[in-house]
Design a protein around this ligand. Structure first.
Ligand SMILES: [Zn+2]
Length: 280
């Protein structure tokens, strides 16, 4: 069962959920129903390849007002890009359920694609985002210097950008803020060992630059009671754990974190119904 948080915000937005992942194949609709029950009313499904982005957009189209999608190619898959990639993403971007280009960026940790290939397709997606006037959903791992250099070049033309699953330092935050970017915080912050430096750093993120995500099925919050998540799979119903951890880290009220992250996400992604959250 999913615990309903004591603050009653019914429209949290999970800005990064890998809902096309095969681990959700058998119970995708039940996952959405549990999210709704937990107050997570809106899911933005992450597109990580051309095929995956097409699936995410089609799925979002069947669940309007609940699901939206991003369209992009993760740096791991940059080596699979070809002459048709950007055209296909451009077509997807015209779909009203597609609210960002990405995830795109640089991953010099795993290096699943050669670095020059990653940079080439990252820049191509930034150019597309500028052309279609959508924000970018950014992935960066062990590549912050190149990321900042490339973003610095393209930022004047970009509608906006969110560094998803941010796990960096206060100094990184300062540099990203200088480019007027946003931050997506995951359950990483719920890990008292691995997330300790993020707990410190998160205090320096302005509230109007902060959004929340599960990155499910990955990054199950460690704060969850043992046995809550069968098979250790993360899902959007667990997003309130991120709200709680952020409230502790920033010494703010949980209700304030919930309300403001939703407000910021609505504005950032241009989601419909941009009224304030229904707090009771
Ligand atoms: Zn990512």
């Amino acid at each position: 069962m999913v615990a309903v948080p004591r603050w009653d915000v019914r429209d949290l937005i999970d800005i990064g959920i890998n809902l096309t992942h095969r681990s959700f194949d058998r119970d995708r609709d039940a996952v959405i129903a549990r999210a709704t029950m937990a107050g997570v009313a809106t899911l933005i499904i992450t597109g990580t390849s051309v095929d995956d982005s097409q699936r995410a957009a089609a799925f979002a189209g069947e669940r309007r007002a609940t699901c939206f999608a991003t369209a992009g190619v993760h740096p791991h898959h940059a080596k699979d890009c070809d002459a048709r990639t950007i055209d296909t993403l451009r077509t997807l971007a015209a779909d009203s359920n597609v609210v960002a280009i990405g995830e795109c960026g640089l991953d010099f940790n795993r290096d699943f694609s050669p670095r020059d290939v990653q940079e080439k397709w990252f820049e191509a997606q930034l150019e597309l985002a500028a052309e279609v006037a959508l924000p970018v959903f950014l992935h960066e791992r062990d590549a912050v210097a190149r990321m900042l250099a490339i973003l610095g070049k393209h930022r004047p033309k970009l509608a906006g950008g969110v560094v998803h699953c941010f796990t960096g330092t206060a100094a990184d935050i300062e540099r990203y803020l200088a480019l007027d970017l946003h931050f997506g915080i995951t359950g990483w912050i719920c890990d008292e060992r691995r997330g300790a430096s993020l707990v410190e750093a998160a205090r320096s993120i302005p509230l109007d630059r902060l959004m929340i995500e599960t990155d499910a099925p990955f990054l199950l919050p460690r704060t969850l009671a043992h046995g809550v998540a069968k098979e250790r799979r993360n899902e959007p119903a667990f997003l309130p754990e991120v709200v709680k951890a952020l409230a502790r880290a920033t010494r703010r009220d949980e209700l304030e974190i919930a309300t403001e992250t939703t407000r910021t996400a609505r504005r950032f992604f241009g989601l419909p119904g941009a009224q304030t959250v229904d707090a009771m």
